[in-house]
Structures are given as structure tokens and as C-alpha cells.
Design a protein around this ligand. Structure first.
Ligand SMILES: C[S@@+](CC[C@H](N)C(=O)[O-])C[C@H]1O[C@@H](n2cnc3c(N)ncnc32)[C@H](O)[C@@H]1O
Length: 244
């Protein structure tokens, strides 16, 4: 399947920060500072630095891999954005210079890769960036089989006085794929924010980790380390490279 790692940013970069301004990074940053134990961090899909910039402010050395020059331009335009080395390319294959205590892949971005092979390659690439004992942290959603029948779906993501965000999806359960377009409706009009997902259940991600020589250390529902349960609709999973 042809895949262009710059496509998401080309369609979304100019409104990304505004559309996700309601997200708070504080819990994620606190948790990641603890997991990095003072060591260097590499964020795959670093975007405009929503998490990376606060991590730098907390004293960590942060590098990134990013497929979209437009997203990198957004990062560079922010205070401290020039202190982060970004390697432009596909994080399932591109190698950023250095050896890291923590590789981060946040905000569902593992599912931006088009198929299982690319996701397996991504886990292997993350492991190759880690020093012995280093951690790969993945944050993503948990597919709900009941909601994932073939066809189309429309759901509200966020409803506020000045903004309504709806997600329209076409579902392909046989391939664990969905193509989505978010409709962001504000006083300025309607903006379409397309994104593709190849989703996987947590157990499949664990197997990808095993193939890459990583073992699972934690799985939480969120960055505050709430236990992962039958009800969890998202997870933060921490995988660890062996010490030697
Ligand atoms: C949902 S955004 C998340 C950005 C940032 N991590 C955050 O939490 O705000 C996903 C980012 O990953 C980038 N991306 C998606 N697929 C990629 C790939 N295969 N290689 C490199 N970057 C990719 C997109 O351009 C975008 O910047």
C-alpha cells in the first residue's frame, strides 16, 4: 500500500494546535519525565511539539522523527522549538541520531501507519533507538468491536459553545482499517481534517513488541496510571528493552 508520511500534516498542520488546544499535556509530561529517568527522549511523530516542548522545559533532551515538514515548521515557530533536533521521515524506518532512554509514540499515531507490517517495523525501529533498559511508550485507543462494523459512522468528538468537532468514519473491519474525516465547525466555517487508521488491539501491539525484543512493563488506561480494565477505551503501554 502506498503511504506518504507527510500527508497528515499537509492537510492539518495549519489548524492542528487550534483544533487540539483543549487537550492538556500535564499528566503525560509528568509521567514521561518519571519514565525517562533523566535520559534523552525521542518522539516519533513529534508534530508541533505539544508534548516535546514541555518535556524540554522540564530539563530533558528531546529529539524527534516527523514525516511532515509543515508540522516541523509549526514546532520551529514556537519558543524552544529550535532546540529540538528533528529527523524528517517515516518513523517506521528512519533512524534519528543518538541512543535514547525513552521513545514516545503518543496520541494514536501508531495507527497512522498503513498496515501490520509497517507497525511491526515501527516497533523494531523504536527498539533500535533505545539503549539497554530503555522504554518505548505507546498511547492509543482500544477498538470497540461492537462499534466497528463495516459501513459508515458519525460521532461527536467535542461539543463546545464555539466549536463542534464531529468524526465521520468509513470502516473496513476485515483489514482493521478506518478512514476518517473530522469536521471542525467554528464561527469561521467548516474545516475537514482527514486521517487514516490501521487499528490494532492491545494484544497485537504486545506481540509486535515481542517481535522487536521488547517486553511490556506497564499498561494503564491513561497517563495518571489508572488501571487498564474491561471498560478502558484507550491505553498507555510501556515496553522495555532488556538491560543487555
Ligand atoms: C496526531 S499527530 C500527534 C503529534 C504530537 N505527537 C502530539 O501528541 O500532539 C501525529 C503526527 O505524526 C506524524 N506522522 C504520522 N505518520 C507518520 C510517519 N509514518 N512517520 C513520521 N511522522 C508521522 C504526523 O505528521 C503528525 O505530526
Amino acid at each position: 500500500m502506498s503511504f506518504d508520511a507527510s500527508e497528515y500534516g499537509r492537510r492539518v498542520a495549519d489548524v492542528y494546535d487550534e483544533a487540539y488546544a483543549h487537550l492538556t499535556a500535564d499528566d503525560a509530561v509528568d509521567r514521561l519525565v518519571g519514565l525517562a529517568e533523566g535520559g534523552p527522549v525521542c518522539e516519533f511523530g513529534i508534530g508541533t511539539g505539544r508534548l516535546a516542548l514541555p518535556l524540554v522545559q522540564r530539563g530533558l533532551s528531546v529529539a524527534g522523527v516527523e514525516g511532515s515538514p509543515a508540522m516541523v515548521a509549526g514546532l520551529r515557530a514556537k519558543p524552544g522549538g529550535d532546540r529540538i533536533t528533528v529527523t524528517v521521515g517515516d518513523f517506521s524506518s528512519v533512524r534519528a541520531p543518538g541512543e535514547f532512554a525513552l521513545v514516545l509514540l503518543a496520541f494514536n499515531t501508531i495507527f497512522a501507519l498503513p498496515d501490520q507490517a509497517a507497525q511491526v517495523a515501527c516497533f523494531r525501529n523504536a527498539a533500535a533507538h533505545l539503549r539497554p533498559g530503555g522504554r518505548f511508550v505507546v498511547e492509543t485507543w482500544v477498538p470497540d468491536p461492537g462499534a466497528f462494523r463495516a459501513g459508515t459512522a458519525l460521532r461527536p468528538v467535542r461539543v463546545a459553545e464555539d466549536e463542534v468537532l464531529l468524526e465521520a468514519a468509513v470502516l473496513h473491519p476485515a483489514e482493521q482499517r478506518m478512514t476518517t474525516t473530522k469536521l471542525r465547525i467554528t464561527g469561521s466555517g467548516v474545516r475537514l481534517l482527514p486521517a487514516n487508521h490501521r487499528y490494532a488491539w492491545p494484544a497485537e501491539l504486545d506481540l509486535m513488541a515481542q517481535l522487536a525484543g521488547l517486553r511490556r512493563e506497564h499498561r494503564w488506561t491513561d497517563w495518571t496510571a489508572r488501571p487498564f480494565t474491561d471498560e478502558s477505551r484507550q491505553h498507555v503501554s510501556v515496553y522495555r528493552r532488556e538491560e543487555s
